[in-house]
Structures are given as C-alpha cells and as structure tokens.
Design a protein around this ligand. Structure first.
Ligand code: ADP
Ligand code: MG
Ligand code: ZN
Length: 705
C-alpha cells in the first residue's frame, strides 16, 4: 500500500490529497511531530489543521489516535479519509457494542492508521487498557481549547486527557490543535495536556479569503433578502439570536420564494439532524439557526455567514463567522447591527446565573463586540488585534477597507429627527415619527393632533422610508434607543442630547456593501450536478467528493487527460480512480460544445503569477516581434489554442499589444454590438449570433479588451 521508503510528507500530500504544496506552518508541524516533539498548533479555521496530523499518521509505523469533541466531526473526517484511500475509523457512542468489539479486533491487527475517539471514551478503564496494547505513535487533540474553562466550549472530559496519556508507554507524541486560543487558553492547553516542552506553531488568526462587513441598516429583512438574492444558489448560514427569529425569518424568506431549513435547540434532535444533513448534503442551500448550530460542521463550501443579530463575544462571532470559506475560496461574513441587540445581550447577561467576576468578564467581551461594530478600522485587523496578534496589513476587502465614502455631515437631519422626537414626547415608534416628519395625511396622525407640531412636514423632501432608515441608523449609532416590548418607542440618549444642546456635529458613513457578483459558469453548474449525484449514491456530503475549489479549478483549466486531472488541486490518485472519468467526460463534452481547450499546469499557475511565467512571456515576446499565432505555435511546439490563451491572459492583464493583428476592428465592433444586444455572460449565444469566421478566441479577446 504505502511505499514507505519513498514516501515523504510532500509525496503523501500529493498522492492522497491531490495538493501540490503545504500551507503556512503545515510542513513545520509535520516535521516536528515526525521528530517526536509535542506541539501546540494554533491555526485559523480552514487553515488545514487535519493534514498536520494525518500526514504524520501515514508516515508513522504505528497508529495515530485523534481525540475529537464531536461525533459529526469524527464522521466527516473519517468519511473524507476513507474516500481518499486512508484506512481510518471512529469509536464513539454511535457505535454499538458488537460493532465496537469487531472494530477493536481490526485495530489490533493493524487495519487502521487513524482512530478517532471521543474524550468520553477514554474514561473507560477497559478502553484505556485496550489503548495500552496498541503501538500508538501520535495522539492528536483536535479543538484543544475545549480543555480550558476560559475557552468557549469547555468540555470536562477534555480535562482528563493529559493524565490518561501518562499511562501510555512508550508515551506517544502529543499534538494539540485549535483555532481560537488566547494566551490564557494556550497555557491551559499546555498544562492540561501535560505537553513535554511543546513547540508553538501560531499561524495567526487572519482569514484571507473572508470579507467581513458590519451593516447598520434600518431594514434588516430587506437587506437579508437582497443579500441572499445576490448570492443565489450559494450555501450560507444565517445566525439569529432566538428560536423565534429563526422561525420568523424562515417564513419571511419562504414568502419571498426562498427556501431554507431551520436549526435550534427547541426542535427535536431528529428534525434538527435531518435539517443539518440536508444543508451539508447541498439539498438545501440556506440554514437559519441559533448558535446551537455549527460546532462540528466541517462543510467546506459555505459561501457566507450572516449574523442577523449581535453575538455575545468576539470569540463566538469569529468562530461562527469562520465557518464560511473553509475551502479557502472567497466568502462573506456579514453582521447586521442595531443598538437594540446590545440591550438584548445585556439583558441575557443580567438573566444568566453567572456572578460577579464572571459577569464583568461577559460585559467586557460584549463591549469588544460592540466596538467591532463601531470601529472604522479594518475589521480583519480589529479581530486579529483582539486575539492578541499583529496584522500584516489591512485586508482591503472588509466593509471598512472598502468604504470609499467620505463621512457626510448629517447634523441637520439629526437635529430635525431628534427635535421631532422631543416634541412627540418620546412616546412613539419609528414609523409614526417618520410620518410626522414627512407631513403625512394619515388619519392616525390627525387624530393624535400631531399635525400641529412645528416639526410636522419639515422633511417632506425625503421619502417616509428614507426618514425611517435614517432614524434606525441613529438608533444603531447609539443616538437613540428603543424601549423593549411589543411596540417599542424611540428615546433620546446622552449622545443625542449633546447634539441638541451643545451643537455637536453628527457624521455618518453610509456604507453600501457591494461585492462582485459571483460568476458561475455553465460548466460549474454541470460539475456541481454531477457531484451531487455521486454524493447521493455514495451517501456522502458533496464537498467530500470534491470541494468547490476543485470544481472551480476544473472550470478554469479544462483538464482533458488523467495527467491533467491529477494536476487539479484536490484530485489525488484515489479520487481520480473513483471519479476521474465521469468528470473528464463532462468537461470534454463541454469543451467540444464550446470550443475551448485545456490550459496546462493549474497548480503551478496558481502559485506563480502568470506574469512571471516564462512560457507566457516568450509568447508575448514572439508576438511583439511580429509573429503570427500559427508561427508562434510552430516555433514553440505549443497548441495554437495555448498561444491564444497566452494572448487572452495578456488582454486580461491589460498588456498593450497590437490587437488588430489578431482581432480586426470590424470584428471587435460586431462583437461589442452583439454583446450589448444579448449580454456577454455566455459565449455560446454570442458565437451563434455572430458570423462564422468570428471564433471563440476573437470573442474572448474582444470582451477582455
Ligand atoms: P481546519 O481543521 O484547520 O479548520 P481543515 O483541516 O478542515 O481545516 O482544512 C480546511 C480545508 O483546507 C480542507 O478542505 C482541506 O482539504 C484544505 N487544505 C488543507 N491543507 C491544504 C493544502 N496544503 N493545500 C490545499 N488545500 C488544503
Ligand atoms: Mg478541523
Ligand atoms: Zn479590512
């Protein structure tokens, strides 16, 4: 099976996982473990912790035991490993006694390289005795922060691991993995697990593929709806504060034709599990959940996590939001903020049973969360600082980095709204305030005698909706507060009084949060369908078959042969054997229909920028010297289509070339006209609408230029 003499961490990575290079710290951690150094590895969610202990597991003679806190996590990992040809198994409470005995026999004869166990399992003296008989090289403790009372998922059974491991002889190497560890938590882990002079590996907390935004909107529902419509077809999690909100939002989305499943503690376990499965298996794209959902969800293609309300701490927020984009693809994390949610969280702290010091601690954590919502700094930087780390640079894609709007002076509007509220004696809600300011003829306004107020109609140039939204924004910014209860009324805070009395100015950045539309090719949809079908027959979540990244690479490079397919990120030998052919078939028929060809060396292109790729530069050089495409192709021994690809690449990067040599102006004209008439997302209809002699190459080039 494993050719041990030849196997290196890198060859294992390539052969089993289909990846060509290690991510930050992976190689270092693997080396440390192979040299039998205990290690503490702090790596962000999606950073690739599993590979750090799975690769050594494949290189060690003996067995690796992975301690994992959740049944669903174990199952997911074991499925993933089996699917790439690694013999792994789990033992937890879902395994019957009889099965367990069977599995233990198999383990004894060396049938498995990795065994996943729940920490509770270790409590059994019988099980410990069993472990003592095994040749265990490595113990990997996943989600190691569960050992600390100061972490957010304290698990009493984790506390015993360290002491139990003392009883194994020879003592295996112990490696601890976590994504969120403050200094206190890190110390707790080292002490609790009794690590022997552990090496620290800290990859930082940055998640480069996540775009964070804080949105202060007067109309959360509308924002949510538009957001989901923009990301149509993508998988996402919506977190709400209460079970009731979960149900409400589902109804609201359903009314607007959007399907979603729900998840909260008030549902039966059966229904909950069913919903979770449907989400994981891509049967449902959206899950609306309370924070009961998520721990142990390794679904890698979650494209957004939207928090409908403020979470209680940055730790909780980053962990929940961090469930987006585990596969490293661009994903969004949106937090909808209003100051009313702060009140709710404070109320929850008051109601909780914690006392004194603990309560203060919770208030401090909440305050940090509120500061996150108000900061004008880079949000990713804020998070990284919060966890006690230095950020390299601002992320450039969060709502603060992207807000190019100047803060505008809205003092006049604020004064009008605030004084209207004073005149209305702070006894009414947002809608009525807006109606008065607008000068509405509403019967209720007349009945209440509000038409006589001096503020009646002083904002008639604005729509009622705009006035409401502005009012909500002032609520979000803490100038106004809402009372609790069924009909909340608006009251002024100190901050608003300072504006009214001391003439303080009010500035407001009004942030539109717009990110590029995700483009999904026809091919991507086809591959996604195929993946879904395979997943159904194999009863595995689709992302275990292939991740979104892998499908996207296929769409980018159109592999046509086994060798080309193996170059795709995420296609290892085992996976090629299982799925390679069916995917190749779909890709090649797509290529024939659309007249496209493969472009080589996907992984290499990813790491090296095309600009520095000598092959591409050579083509440009020859083109500049006046050579035709056919000549370049002959000189370089490349397919003409490859040469064309190089030219298109140049067009994308804005390189100045004599384009009319390959794209006559008349063609360009026709293509642009056709694009204006029928749109440019799909090439096929364009091609069909244009004269025969205009090729796909011409079209692509024209669109790029
Ligand atoms: P973590 O446990 O740190 O949250 P995982 O181990 O689940 O992260 O890995 C997240 C994703 O990243 C998985 O889909 C995994 O296959 C992928 N991944 C890990 N290491 C690499 C690598 N070196 N190259 C490409 N993808 C990787
Ligand atoms: Mg993990
Ligand atoms: Zn930023």
């Amino acid at each position: 099976m494993l050719e041990k003499e030849l196997a290196t961490p890198l060859s294992i990575l390539k052969k089993y996982y289909g990846y060509n290079s290690f991510r930050k710290n992976q190689q270092e951690i693997i080396t440390a473990l192979l040299q039998r150094n205990d290690s503490l590895c702090i790596m962000p969610t999606g950073g690739g912790k599993s590979i750090c202990y799975q690769v050594p597991a494949l290189l060690f003679e003996g067995i690796t035991v992975v301690i994992s806190p959740l049944i669903s996590l174990m199952k997911d990992q074991v499925d993933t490993l089996n699917n790439i040809g690694v013999p792994a198994i789990y033992l937890n409470s879902t395994v019957s006694q009889a099965e367990q005995a069977h599995i233990m026999d198999d383990i004894k004869i060396g049938s498995y390289k990795l065994i996943y166990v729940s920490p509770e399992r270790l409590d059994s003296p019988h099980f410990l005795h069993f472990l003592q008989q095994l040749p265990i090289d490595l113990i990997a403790v996943d989600e190691a922060h569960c050992i600390s009372q100061w972490g957010h998922d304290f698990r009493p059974s984790y506390a015993k691991i360290g002491q139990l491991m003392q009883q194994l002889s020879p003592r295996p190497v112990i490696a601890a993995f976590t994504a969120t560890a403050t200094k206190t938590v890190a110390e707790d882990i080292k002490k609790g697990l009794r690590l022997h002079s552990p090496l620290d590996f800290i990859s930082g907390y940055e998640r480069e593929n996540l775009a964070f935004s804080v949105v202060k909107t007067g109309n959360k529902k509308k924002y949510l709806l538009e957001f989901i419509q923009r990301l149509q077809g993508e998988s996402g999690v919506i977190y709400t504060a209460t079970r009731k909100d979960v149900e409400d939002l589902q109804l609201y989305l359903a009314k607007n034709g959007i399907e979603a499943v729900t998840y909260h503690g008030g549902m039966s376990e059966k229904v909950r599990n069913d919903h979770q499965e449907r989400f994981i298996f891509d049967d449902e794209k959206i899950i609306i959940a309370t924070n009961a959902f998520g721990m142990g969800i390794d679904k890698s293609n979650v494209r957004y996590v939207l928090h409908y309300q403020l979470p209680k701490s940055m730790e909780a927020y980053y962990q929940e939001a961090g469930r987006a984009g585990r596969d490293g693809e661009a994903s969004e994390c949106v937090l909808l903020f209003t100051s009313k949610d702060v009140q709710t969280q404070k109320y929850l702290i008051e109601q909780s049973t914690s006392l004194g010091e603990r309560k203060d601690h919770e208030y401090l954590k909440l305050q940090a969360m509120v500061d996150y919502c108000h900061t004008t700094k880079c949000l990713q930087t804020f998070i990284v600082h919060y966890f006690g780390d230095e950020a390299n640079k601002d992320c450039g894609k969060c709502s603060n980095c992207k807000s190019d709007l100047e803060e505008v002076d809205v003092t006049t509007e604020a004064l009008k709204i605030f004084s209207c509220i004073v005149r209305m004696k702070e006894r009414f809600g947002v809608t009525l305030i807006a109606q008065v300011l607008k000068g509405s003829n509403n019967k209720r306004i007349k009945d209440l005698g509000l038409t006589t107020l001096t503020t009646y109609g002083i904002m008639k140039e604005k729509t009622e909706k705009a006035i409401s939204e502005l009012t909500q924004l002032f609520i979000a910014e803490g100038y106004l507060t809402l009372t609790t209860g069924q009909y909340p009324t608006v009251k002024l805070t100190e901050k608003a009084l300072a504006v009214l009395k001391n003439g303080e100015k009010v500035f407001q950045k009004i942030k539109p949060v717009k990110q590029e539309e995700p483009v999904h090719s026809e091919l991507f949809e086809k591959l996604r369908e195929l993946r879904k079908k395979i997943a159904e027959t194999e009863k595995l979540p689709p992302y275990i078959i292939f991740s979104d990244v892998t499908l996207k690479e296929m769409c980018k490079y159109y592999p046509q042969t086994k060798a080309e397919m193996l170059e795709i990120k995420g296609v290892g030998e085992m996976k090629f054997e299982k799925y390679g052919d069916v995917f190749l078939t779909i890709i090649s028929s797509f290529c024939q229909e659309n007249n496209v060809t493969a472009s080589a060396e996907p992984q290499k292109k990813q790491t090296e920028k095309a600009k520095d790729d000598p092959s591409y530069l050579t083509t440009l050089q020859l083109f500049r010297e006046g050579k035709e495409i056919s000549e370049i192709s002959a000189i370089r021994g490349l397919k003409e289509t490859t040469v064309e690809q190089h030219l298109i690449q140049a067009a994308v990067e804005g390189v100045e070339l004599e384009w009319q040599r390959v794209l006559p102006n008349s063609y360009q004209q026709l293509i642009i006209e056709a694009k204006e008439a029928i749109g440019g997302e799909k090439l096929k209809p364009l091609k069909e609408a244009l004269p025969e002699e205009i090729s796909y190459f011409h079209i692509k080039l024209a669109l790029c230029i």
